[in-house]
Design a protein around this ligand. Structure first.
Ligand code: ZN
Length: 272
């Protein structure tokens, strides 16, 4: 569960497990929108509030900006909520594109956030050991069952102190030459096996950036369309990582298959 602040206009939302970081990001957002209220007055930097008649000034530009941000936030604090989940916006079911490098703090925070509602966790990844390590260290307890689909020969490579037989994790090996059609079939079979009434499935897909680099966008669109429909059938909550710097134009094309797009940046999730 995290904090959320959403602009009344709806065009900016920030979520974070850290209240402090949420507030700091909101202050920056509001100050930017009211930049014209910050003016040089001789040797002083002054500001006037757009919401009330408060004015202030300081010699130091940084001090002026901080008091301005603090004051603006006092008007917008009621929009700060706590105990929410990003997926509340889509009633806990659906597909979310997470724009972030696959190996990053932001991505790991997204994993913890989107996998923790799952009784069963299904992950498609090239780094199974890192995924197992994250589940082990960051979730309060192991999910009831975890299925990791991977092409990696030795899925536990580099992970010490863990034996597959001791943890509730199953590995499904994928053939490196496997086409998108067979991948959809394999994932569908796993989802079908794991589906039970009242059992929530959380799904993570790490390899979308690689797919976009290798396959035609039209084929990926079709693949995602089928896959997200299948995930929807079993009321899963799914997230798909895409490297935001390299994939901006591809994501414009793929956007319709997702219910939501967010950016993961350090401790923050953003929609802007
Ligand atoms: Zn004011």
């Amino acid at each position: 569960m995290v904090y959320r602040w959403r602009a009344r206009s709806g065009d900016f939302t920030v979520w974070s497990a850290s209240r402090e970081e949420t507030v700091e990001r909101v202050k920056t957002y509001i100050a930017r929108r009211n930049q014209n209220r910050l003016t040089q007055e001789g040797v002083m930097v002054g500001w006037s509030c757009p919401y009330c008649d408060r004015r202030n000034s300081a010699h130091d530009e940084h001090v002026a900006l901080e008091t301005f941000k603090q004051h603006l936030f006092s008007h917008k604090k009621p929009l700060l909520e706590s105990g929410v989940h990003v997926a509340d916006d889509i009633n806990g079911t659906g597909s979310i594109a997470v724009l972030s490098p696959v190996q990053s703090t932001g991505a790991d925070n997204a994993r913890v956030h989107f996998l923790s509602p799952g009784d069963v966790v299904v992950i498609v990844t090239t780094t199974p050991a890192a995924r197992i390590d994250l589940l082990r260290s960051k979730l309060s307890e192991w999910p009831e069952w975890t299925v990791i689909l991977t092409t990696k020969e030795d899925p536990l490579e580099g992970l010490s102190g863990v034996q597959l037989m001791d943890i509730p994790v199953e590995i499904v090996h994928l053939d490196k030459q496997m086409g998108l059609g067979s991948l959809t079939e394999t994932i569908s079979r796993v989802l079908e096996e794991q589906q039970e009434p009242g059992r929530k499935i959380a799904f993570e897909f790490d390899i979308l950036t690689e797919l976009i680099q290798k396959a035609k966008l039209q084929r990926i669109f079709k693949f995602l369309h089928l896959l997200t429909a299948r995930l929807e059938d079993v009321t899963a909550l799914s997230h798909f990582f895409v490297n935001r710097d390299r994939m901006a134009s591809s994501m414009n094309v793929l956007d319709p298959v997702f219910d939501m797009q967010i950016k993961a940046d350090g401790a923050l999730f953003l929609q802007e």
